[in-house]
Every structure is written in structure tokens, then in C-alpha cells.
Design a binder for this molecule. Sequence first.
Ligand code: URA
Length: 238
Amino acid sequence: MERLDKVLANLGYGSRKEIRKIAKNGEIEVDGKIIKDFSMKVDPYNSEIKVAGEKIFYREYVYILMNKPDGVVSATVDNYDETVIDLLSPELQVFNPAPVGRLDKDTVGLLFLTNDGDLNHRLTSPKHHVDKVYYAEIDKSVDEEDIEVFKNGVTLEDGYECLPAKLEIINANEHGSEILLTISEGKFHQVKRMFKAREKEVVFLKRVKMGPLELDDSLDEGTFRELTEEEVKVLKAI
Ligand code: URA
């Protein structure tokens, strides 16, 4: 049970002071009754709470799937660039979600955000090896040798030996290639550095999958949606 004013403040309905005013105006209903006592304890999950006639949807955590656009940084704050948090609606920003792992400023595609710190940690911890699938366009012809080297763990220019990765060629010729790459770790600039180790350059990079989450065709770049309960369940089970 939580105080009514705290429940509504958590959801971004205003400061406690503003909520008290809304309550005094008779605009808050709990289970069909107008409640002016903002300190009343309510069960936010099971009571029907309405503000100005609109039913609230109470939750502690939010789970958001975004199709990250080019030119936006995967951080919560930045002095120069627009962040993925700036793209969210104010209703979601009040939950203080953070990106789970990072995509480079010029990488697009699937980015998962949440304020569930445990889940964030589990999905990004090097112990857990969550598969991430990237679609990439490469400046040169990708070949069988690249597949073999990535399968055995390519060594980056700083000597780091990557875990085995699965490289699939969609098409390749002397003008460039399109590929899918599955990796289970998330080092800084990892995909770009893996190709650099093969003297090839990533010219376009898009994440299409992370664990059980797939990029939604319905999500345009720069848009987002909350995960369904079923998707959250599957994600937490990994
Ligand atoms: N690998 C990269 O090089 N960049 C990303 O944004 C993600 C993976």
C-alpha cells in the first residue's frame, strides 16, 4: 500500500504539492469515489485510480524497445548531443530508464531501455553472453576466410581475442557486402573493430536482435514502444 500522492507523483502527474491541489479540486477518484485526502493509502496495482476521469496504469518498472536513429547518443545525459532519453515521451522519462548496453552514435536499430537495474545488469554482464545480431554493410568483399576467422575468435588490434562469432554473408562482391553478424559480447566498437582486424570497414551498422528481442518492423527509426508483458517474461527468463 502506498500514499495516493506518492503513487501519482511517481507516475509524473506533478509534484506532491500539485497533486494535493488536484485532489482538493475533486479530480481524483479511487474505486469510484472522489478522494480529497491525498495521504490515503491505496493499492496502486489493484485499485482503479482515475485522474481527471482518466484511468492510471501503475507500474514500478518500464521496459522499452526503441529503434535508435543515427546521430543520437546511447546515454542518459550529454552536453552536446541529443540522447535516446530525449526521444522518449515525458510519461516514460519520469521512470528514469537507462539504455541497456550502448550503440555508437552512428549505429541504428534495436536499443532496449529500462529502469530495472537487475535486468539491465544481467543483460550486459560479460558472464551472461546474450546474443546480439547486427546487420552491416561492409566496404569490401566479405568471404569464407572472414567467416572462419570470426568463428575461431578474431584478434583485435589491441590483442583482445573475441569470443566465437557467427558471420553470415547476404551478398558480397568487389563493391562491398551485406552481412549478418551474431556476437555474444559487447566491447566498445566491437563489430567495427572486428572488421578492421580483417582490413575491412563497416559503412552501415544496425542491431536487429538482442537475446529474444527482435526489432519491430512497425517501429520507424526514432520511435519506441513498451514491451508486452509476455516479452518482459521471456526476457527475464534468459
Ligand atoms: N559494434 C560497434 O562497432 N558499434 C555498435 O554500435 C555496436 C556494436
